[in-house]
Design a protein around this ligand. Structure first.
Ligand code: MCA
Ligand code: AMP
Length: 499
């Protein structure tokens, strides 16, 4: 592992500052953001984001309607320039999820692309349109914010209850992006392509703020499609970020798409994260392209913890080694005794400590306290072993009530609560089961209120999608006469099987 000097300076985007200071200099003409045929250079981004920063500077906290567009990137950059915390909102969130996030985070303003219709849950908020069309002269940025101050509040699911807002300070963003730059030899010459959503850490922090911190550029696909990946990689993009579902779809397409294989073979780095990439997909991609996908491991609360390094040995099925600055340990069942073994066999819970960590769950001091050990280690809930040379292999999760589907973390409890609000459902339990495309798919086990006319899978999927979000909808529904319960009345999820 190479040493890393932690840059805690409040300037998150030196290339943007330079373009602002010298609008006619070469740095100002470098490309920064591309979304389809719309793009901004660093000079244009500075000129667009800085007046917006001035307009939001007095807002306590802002929400950003995080469509996969240029507007979202500009709005988040403006918030960071202003030192105002931003809450990215999933534009597909349903009414109850959105209502919760808005009342919990209490933004004073919502920033959205002009012409976008916002749902009733946001009606009480003042709206500010993000204008990317008419860059004016760049204004000086407001004073340099404290590195510990909150930059983003990202909502993430737990096993029960509604999502919690992870408060991510500027310091964590700067240090995680610099640690990745070290691990991946990521520079301003890199051009990243991806089609990830912009309301989570992966797509927003790594996928938009990452290239901007390096002074490089990103080409966002709007939505993920293998054709877009092939096009951008054959036209100069150097890196691809994706969740395993995206790499699975690439692996499925490769046998019939030599242009995609050729494009992937040219890439400098193919990175997968947010969930485990099955070894079978690793191997299919390696065979068709001669290139190995590398994995990194992170979490909303911790940003990035480990990665296979660009100068290290790629090893399918592992998430590599701890990033510079990140302390990682495995612990025994008690959550405090460290596992010393590096034997590829002894399983422990991953705990991490370092400047990459979040500060707290917004308005949830008890949940925050429970997430850390007394000496400040964050309990990830992920179970792993370590190879003799330190490579980490994730082998499972502590909580079976957390489902990863398409790279999204989904709590069984929130779906159960939503299902119970449907008049046709008397009892509900939710589990995840293996799915070749999504990693895991959501399965609902329900006791219908009227066994003669149980609600259909489509009815329940629509109900959950409308309330929570489409990616939280059940894909399979089983009807039961009763849920299996133990003597205490607790549902025995392990007894829920097909037959
Ligand atoms: C379907 N749809 C519906 C319904 N059914 N809408 C309303 N009601 C319904 N009943 C819509 C969906 O909204 C979607 O619309 C379309 O139909 C297809 O949905 P679906 O099949 O669910 O998904 P997909 O489009 O096939 O998406 C697969 C995907 C996606 C592209 C891989 O899952 C994805 O983007 N995943 C990324 C997750 C991610 O970024 N995770 C990072 C968090 P439409 O077609 O309009 O979209 S983890 C993280 O950040 C940590 C730090 C880390 O380590 O990275
Ligand atoms: P989230 O809370 O949505 O940020 O998801 C974080 C979780 O995603 C982690 O706790 C892991 O369970 C999982 N995860 C992220 N990256 C990987 C990876 N490369 N391999 C396996 N699991 C991963």
């Amino acid at each position: 592992m190479s040493p890393l000097s932690l840059d805690l300076s409040p300037d998150l985007f030196p290339a943007l500052t330079e373009a602002q200071a010298d609008p006619d200099g070469p740095g100002a003409h470098r490309p920064a953001l591309h979304f389809g045929d719309r793009s901004l250079t660093y000079g244009e981004l500075a000129a667009t984001a800085s007046p917006l920063a001035a307009r939001v500077a007095e807002a306590g906290r802002i929400a950003v309607w995080a469509t996969p567009t240029l507007e979202t990137a500009v709005a988040v950059v403006a918030a960071l320039l202003a030192g105002v915390p931003a809450v990215p909102l999933n534009p597909k969130s349903g009414e109850s999820e959105l209502g919760h996030i808005v009342s919990d985070s209490a933004p004073t303003l919502v920033l959205a692309a002009p012409g976008t219709q916002l749902p009733p849950a946001l009606a009480a908020l003042e709206r500010l349109d993000i204008d990317t069309s008419a860059p004016t002269t760049s204004l000086p940025s407001p004073g340099a914010p404290d590195p510990e101050s909150p930059a983003l509040i990202v909502y993430t699911s737990g096993t029960t209850g509604p999502p919690k807002g992870a408060v991510i300070p500027r310091r964590a963003i700067a240090t995680t992006l610099d640690a990745l730059a070290d691990a991946w030899q990521w520079t301003g010459d890199d051009v990243l392509v991806h089609g990830l959503p912009l309301f989570h850490v992966h797509g927003l922090i790594l996928g938009i703020l990452g290239p901007l911190r390096r002074g490089g550029s990103v080409r966002h696909l709007g939505r993920f499609e293998t054709a877009g990946v092939a096009r951008e990689l054959s036209e100069g993009a150097t890196m691809l970020f994706g969740v395993p579902t995206m790499y699975h779809r690439i692996a499925e397409t490769l046998p019939d798409d030599p242009a995609l294989a050729k494009a992937l073979a040219r890439a400098r780095l193919l990175v997968s994260g947010s969930a485990a990439l099955p070894v079978h997909d690793h191997e299919r991609i390696a065979q068709a392209t001669g290139r190995r996908v590398i994995e990194r491991y992170g979490m909303t609360e911790t940003l990035m913890n480990t990665s296979v390094r660009a100068d290290g040995e790629p090893r399918a099925g592992t998430v590599g080694v701890p990033l510079p600055g990140v302390e990682l340990r495995l612990t025994e069942e008690d959550g405090t005794t460290a596992v010393e073994a590096y034997d590829g066999e002894t399983v422990g819970e991953i705990q991490v400590r370092g400047p990459n960590l979040f500060t707290e769950y917004l308005n949830r001091p008890e949940a925050t306290a429970a997430a850390f050990t007394e000496d400040g280690w964050f309990r990830t809930g992920d179970m792993a072993v370590r190879d003799p040379d330190g490579y980490v292999r994730i082998v499972g999760r502590k909580a079976t009530d957390l489902i990863k589907s398409g790279g999204y973390k989904i709590g069984a409890g929130e779906i159960e609560n939503a299902l119970l609000e449907h008049p046709g459902v008397r009892e509900a339990a939710v589990t995840g089961e293996p799915d070749a495309d999504l990693g895991e798919r959501i399965v609902a086990w329900i006791v219908p209120a009227d066994p003669q006319s149980p609600p259909t899978v489509d009815e329940l999927a629509d109900h959950v999608a409308r309330r929570l979000a489409p990616h939280k909808r059940p894909r399979v529904v089983h009807h039961l006469d009763a849920l299996p319960r133990n003597d205490m009345g607790k549902i025995m999820k392990r007894a829920l099987t097909h037959d």
